[in-house]
Design a protein around this ligand. Structure first.
Ligand code: ATP
Length: 498
C-alpha cells in the first residue's frame, strides 16, 4: 500500500525533514518549517535546479528579487484586481472551502477557472454540502489571495504593500536592467528562485498547498517574429511524454505517450518553443531518477486558461491523492511586458540589430515550479518500506540526498579504530556531505542511515588498521566492496556519477 500524505507528514517530522510551524502554540495552518535534513534536501534541490537551468546554459541568467515590491507592480500584473479564488462558506459551522477544489473532490471534474454563477449552480444541482458538518453553503464569493502589509511607520491606505504571490513579476520589472547590464540576446531567459505567499483559502495536503512556499521560475523571451524557430528543439525530438491534451480530456480519452516530434507534427503542441520547454522540464525530473510513469503533461482546457495565456500545460505528478500540478508551463505572449510598458510608461523593448527595429519579446514558456511540491515528489519517489530489512529506505538521488556518505567505526572504544575512522571522516567531509555515527549496533546504524537516504556507509574495522582499507556499503543493494583508504575519495566520486 502506498504511503498517504498524512503518513508522509508524520515521517518527515519524525526524521527531522519538516516540522509543522509554531507547533508549541498549537500550529499555524499552511506554514511549515524545514528541519536539519529538510533544509539540506531543499537546498540541494534548488541547487540542482539552478545548475540545470542556469549554470550549464549560456542563454539563461538569474536574479534574486525582493519579496516586497511597489504595489503598482501588482496592479499592472493584474494580481490586485484579479488574483482570487472562489470561496464558499458553510452557513452552519462557518468552515471555508475553495470552491473549485471542493467541486473537483466531489464531482471528479476540473473546475479551475469556472465563473461564480457556474460554481453556484453546480453546488446547488449536485447538493454539495459542507464536508465537515454537512451544513448548507452560502453564496460563493471571490477572495483575493494576496497577503497585505504596510511599509513604513504609518498603517494607512497609501502605505499598503503586498508580499509577492509569485516570483515572476520581478523578472519583468528588471527586464530593462538585465538588457542593459548582461550580454543577453534573444532568445534568452531569466531565472529566479524564492519565496512566494498566497493566503490560500484551504491549505491542505501538507507541503502541496501552503500559504508560504518557494518557486523556481523562468521567463524565456523570444523574438516575436521567430516564435516558431526554436533553436534547441532537435535536442528533445525523441523525448517521450505521457500526454493529456485538452481534446483528450474533453473526449474522455486516456492520456497517451507521444514523442515531441509527434506532438508537433500532430499540432497537439503548437509551438516548438513550448514543446522544447515541456520536454526540458520533464527531463529535469527524469534525470534525477523519477519514474516516467509518474509524470505527465496536461493541457489546460479553454475554460481553465487565464485571460492572458494563449496555451498552458502543467507538468503533473501522480501523488497519492491523485494527479496534481507540479509545475505550470504557460505561453504568456507579450502580456506582462506590455502591461508594465503601459503602467510604468517605460520602454521595455529589445533592439533587434539585424532587423533594425525595436521589438517587445514574447514569453512562449514560463516554466514555474514549486520547490515544496518538488520536495514532496522526491520524498514519495524515494520512500521504500523494505520488509526484508525491516526499515524504511529513502532512495534519494545522489545530488539531492542530505548525506551522501556516513562513516562508522565498527569497534567502539577501540582507540586506534576510532582514530582512523575520525581521520577518514574528516577527509571525506572536505569533499562530500558526510555524517559520523558510532552509537548502537552496526545494523541499527545502517537502518538509521537508510531512513534518511545516506547512499554509502563506510565502515572501519580492526582489519582496516592492517590492510588500510575500508568497506563501502550501498544503500539500495546493501552490496559491500572493500576499497583502499587512499582510493576512497575517488571511488565515491566514481560512484556518485553512476
Ligand atoms: P494551483 O492550481 O494548485 O493553486 P496554480 O496554478 O495557482 O496552482 P501557479 O500560479 O502556476 O500555481 O504557480 C506555479 C507553481 O507554484 C505551482 O505549479 C506549484 O508548484 C507552486 N505553488 C503554487 N501555489 C502553491 C501553494 N499554495 N503551495 C505550494 N506550492 C504552490
Amino acid at each position: 500500500m502506498a504511503l498517504t500524505i498524512e503518513e508522509m507528514a508524520v515521517f518527515c517530522k519524525k526524521k527531522g525533514f519538516v516540522f509543522p510551524n509554531s507547533e508549541i502554540y498549537g500550529g499555524m495552518a499552511g506554514f511549515f518549517d524545514y528541519g536539519p535534513l529538510g533544509v539540506e534536501l531543499k537546498n540541494n534541490l534548488k541547487q540542482a535546479w539552478w545548475n540545470y537551468h542556469v549554470k550549464r546554459r549560456d542563454d539563461i541568467v538569474g536574479i534574486d528579487g525582493a519579496i516586497i515590491a511597489s504595489p503598482k507592480v501588482w496592479v499592472a500584473s493584474g494580481h490586485v484586481g484579479g488574483f482570487s479564488d472562489i470561496l464558499v462558506e458553510c452557513k452552519k459551522c462557518h468552515a471555508r472551502e475553495r470552491a473549485d477544489v471542493l467541486i473537483e473532490d466531489k464531482l471528479k471534474i476540473s473546475a479551475d477557472g469556472m465563473k461564480l454563477d457556474e460554481i453556484e449552480s453546480l453546488i446547488a444541482k449536485n447538493k454539495i454540502v459542507c464536508p465537515k458538518c454537512k451544513g448548507e453553503f452560502a453564496e460563493p464569493s471571490k477572495f483575493n489571495l494576496m497577503f497585505q502589509t504596510y511599509v513604513g511607520p504609518k498603517q494607512s491606505e497609501e502605505n499598503i504593500a503586498y508580499l509577492r504571490p509569485e516570483t515572476a513579476q520581478l523578472i519583468f520589472t528588471n527586464f530593462k536592467n538585465i538588457l542593459d547590464t548582461s550580454r543577453v540576446k534573444l532568445p534568452f531567459g531569466i531565472a529566479q528562485v524564492g519565496k512566494a505567499f498566497r493566503n490560500e483559502i484551504a491549505p491542505r495536503n501538507f507541503l502541496f498547498r501552503c500559504r508560504e512556499f518557494e518557486q523556481m521560475e523562468i521567463e524565456y523571451f523570444v523574438h516575436p517574429d521567430k516564435l516558431k524557430e526554436c533553436s534547441y528543439v532537435n535536442e528533445v525530438m525523441n523525448c517521450e511524454l505521457l500526454t493529456y491534451s485538452a481534446e483528450m480530456q474533453e473526449k474522455n480519452l486516456e492520456p497517451k505517450k507521444y514523442k515531441v516530434k509527434e506532438l508537433l507534427d500532430k499540432k497537439i503542441v503548437k509551438l516548438s518553443w513550448h514543446a522544447y520547454w515541456l520536454a526540458t522540464e520533464y527531463n529535469f525530473f527524469i534525470n534525477l531518477g523519477v519514474n516516467p510513469e509518474h509524470i505527465r503533461i496536461r493541457q489546460h482546457k479553454k475554460s481553465e486558461l487565464a485571460h492572458y495565456a494563449s496555451d498552458c500545460w502543467d507538468l503533473e505528478y501522480k501523488f497519492p491523492f491523485g494527479w496534481k500540478e507540479l509545475q505550470g508551463i504557460a505561453d504568456r505572449s507579450d502580456f506582462d511586458l506590455q502591461q508594465h510598458i503601459k503602467h510604468s510608461g517605460k520602454d521595455l523593448s529589445w533592439f533587434d540589430e539585424e532587423g533594425k527595429k525595436k521589438v517587445v519579446p514574447f514569453v512562449i514558456a514560463e516554466p514555474s515550479l514549486g520547490v515544496d511540491r518538488s520536495f514532496l515528489l522526491f520524498m514519495f519517489e524515494s520512500y521504500h518500506d523494505d520488509k526484508e530489512r525491516g526499515n524504511i529506505v529513502l532512495k534519494l538521488p545522489n545530488p539531492l540526498t542530505p548525506y551522501y556518505c556516513a562513516v562508522f567505526p565498527l569497534v567502539k572504544n577501540k582507540e586506534e579504530v576510532a582514530k582512523l575512522a575520525e581521520k577518514v571522516y574528516k577527509e571525506l567531509k572536505g569533499c562530500y556531505t558526510c555524517m559520523y555515527d558510532e552509537s548502537g549496533s552496526v545494523g541499527r546504524r545502517y537502518a538509521r542511515a537508510d531512513e534518511i537516504g545516506v547512499k554509502y556507509c563506510v565502515t572501519i574495522d580492526f582489519d582496516s588498521l592492517d590492510d588500510k582499507a575500508v568497506t563501502i556499503r550501498d544503500r539500495d543493494t546493501t552490496k559491500q566492496i572493500r576499497v583502499p583508504i587512499t582510493e576512497l575519495k575517488s571511488k565515491l566520486y566514481e560512484l556518485f556519477l553512476k
